[in-house]
Ligand binder design. Structure first.
Ligand code: 5GP
Length: 114
């Protein structure tokens, strides 16, 4: 399988602004932010979509949410509020086949989403 753009960032083949990294995941600034804060939390293990998760991935998914929570506090949007989103496949708006959690904030979000 060809490397995803996120795998290339994890492997330092292309640059990104890294907000957090540990042995199992990385968090970066989105290159095309849709809000004043737009981070992506990405597991180092490439799982293509949420449909491909298995029970053994529960820890990494939980960790992704905790990292989003921590970043929201660090980036000072925890009190004003923020949104976390996993897009899945075409109707969900997923463009990179390597699961990632969007953390967006710094402005009022709309509901329902577009
Ligand atoms: P998706 O549409 O799959 O849910 O989200 C993919 C996200 O990755 C998009 O918000 C897009 O702006 C971001 N993205 C795509 N390519 C790059 C890149 O090379 N660097 C960074 N930092 N973000 C990227």
């Amino acid at each position: 399988m060809n490397k995803t753009i996120f795998q290339k960032i994890i492997d330092r083949e292309i640059p990104a602004r890294i907000l957090y990294e540990d042995e199992s995941l990385i968090a970066i600034e989105d290159i095309n932010p849709v809000a004043p804060v737009h981070a992506l939390i990405i597991p180092k293990k490439c799982i293509e979509t949420l449909n491909d998760l298995n029970p053994a991935d529960a820890d990494i998914v939980g960790k992704m949410i905790l990292v989003a929570r921590n970043l929201a506090k660090e980036l000072k949007i925890d009190q004003s509020g923020y949104r976390t989103v996993f897009n899945c496949n075409s109707d969900g708006g997923q463009t990179v086949s390597h699961i990632h959690l969007h953390l967006v904030g710094g402005r009022k979000m709309n509901w329902p989403p577009g």
